[in-house]
Write a protein that binds this ligand. Structure first.
Ligand code: SF4
Length: 78
């Protein structure tokens, strides 16, 4: 039994919704960085963070641009 199994299996950014505020990169620099276009992108190292840390950053996004998906491919409610 693996009680620590991750629920989040995929993280995406809706770049059209991202307003480039930088909040996610401050809260979770291992998961997010700002690209050349000024939008946040997901870094591979997001997997090093706990689900709680990712959810905290996603909830803090003012434009709900951070999308989290579970094992069934469904977007998670935040
Ligand atoms: S918190 Fe949201 S709006 Fe701000 S940079 Fe990150 S993804 Fe973009």
């Amino acid at each position: 039994m693996d009680e620590n199994k991750r629920k989040i299996v995929r993280v995406e950014i809706d770049s059209k919704a991202c307003i480039s505020c930088g909040t996610c990169t401050v809260l979770a620099p291992k998961a997010f960085e700002i690209d050349d276009q000024g939008h946040s992108i997901v870094k591979d190292s997001w997997k090093e963070l706990s689900d709680e840390e990712i959810i905290k950053a996603a909830k803090a996004c003012p434009s709900e641009a951070i999308m989290l998906f579970d094992e069934e491919g469904k977007r998670m409610e935040l």
